[in-house]
Design a protein around this ligand. Structure first.
Ligand code: GDP
Length: 297
């Protein structure tokens, strides 16, 4: 229990009509707040996010007033939990669908984060919702990426739109949208090229693809193991291309998921899904309250 310190705090309490009334004071929250800060840093939440969080929780806790019958430690745990949930958007945030024409979901992210896998998982998810779907191979730099998407498309049972490696991604994506319209397909998921590092060429291409098709969703795929770096990554992608949300992958690993805290905080955009494995069904909607538990350990 990362909040073990809270059990030892000096309690400011006094009985009124047989009910003990407790107050959170600067003295009795200092130690537990230190533990919370440590827990967040251990979960790989980025330092500026931790700082802002701790100061906002401290303020809330000190303003909580007197609490009948609820010990400060329990009250503080609840405040921390609720604040974490709020920080991550509060509610579940599902996909947005286009009202006219096909819904276009553009996926962005660094190489190896699980973008191509997410394409297939989303197609599987959309199929379960009863929506027809098509995958679009707009990563033209790695021929293997197109093959991988084709195989995944076959597994899910959805068509894959590709123009090989010669065509340009904005053109491919524009043509794919036309194809989806002709075939009355509800949604397309576009797999774009990732690189090991953020670079200008990648961002410029994403901007062009975005401009070409005006996507309904631009989802940034983030590897949960990214940890501290997630805040800077999300900030850059959001400023450069403008995202509508994120997908956090590889949560089946050891990571405590601190990256999740940074996403909404730095971009104002929610995490919509989490990936918990390599199988098609390993994609779930993101529940802020479950993640709050995980981050606190
Ligand atoms: P891309 O380069 O972003 O398209 O990444 P890929 O989709 O090719 O995935 C890179 C590797 O991560 C592959 O070996 C995937 O099987 C694996 N992977 C993707 N998502 C997950 C996940 O949620 N959990 C785990 N454990 N592995 C994943």
């Amino acid at each position: 229990n990362k909040l073990r310190g809270v059990e030892d705090v000096h309690l400011e309490s006094f009985p009124i009509h047989d009910v003990t009334v407790y107050v959170l004071t600067k003295d009795n929250i200092t130690e537990p707040m230190r533990d919370i800060r440590r827990a967040l840093l251990e979960a790989d939440v980025s330092l500026p996010v931790v700082r802002r969080f701790v100061s906002s929780v401290t303020e809330k806790a000190l303003g909580a007033g007197t609490i009948k019958g609820v010990r400060p430690d329990q009250q503080l745990v609840k405040i921390v939990h609720d604040e974490l949930v709020q920080l991550m958007g509060g509610e579940v945030s599902d996909l947005v669908f286009s009202k006219g024409g096909p819904t276009v979901i553009l996926l962005a992210g660094l190489q190896g984060v699980g973008k191509t896998t997410v394409c297939a998982k989303l197609a599987f998810y959309l199929k379960k919702l009863g929506k027809s779907c098509m995958l679009v191979a707009a990563d033209v730099y790695r021929p293997a990426a197109i093959d991988q998407l084709t195989i995944l498309g076959e597994q899910v049972g959805v068509p894959v739109y590709s123009e090989g490696t010669e065509a340009k991604p904005p053109q491919i994506t524009r043509n794919a949208v036309e194809e989806a319209k002709r075939k009355n397909i509800d949604a397309i998921v576009v797999d774009t090229a990732g690189r090991l590092q953020i670079d200008k060429a990648m961002m410029d291409e994403l901007k062009e693809v975005k401009k070409a098709v005006n996507p309904t969703e631009v989802l940034l795929v983030v590897d949960a193991m990214t940890g501290q770096e997630a805040a800077a990554l999300v900030t850059t992608f959001n400023i450069e291309i403008g995202i509508t949300g994120a997908i956090l992958t590889k949560l089946d690993g050891d990571s405590r998921g601190g990256a999740a805290l940074s996403v909404k905080e730095v971009s104002g955009k929610p995490i919509k899904f989490v990936g918990r494995g390599e199988r098609l069904e390993d994609l779930e909607l993101f529940y802020p309250d479950r993640m709050a538990q995980r981050v606190l350990g």
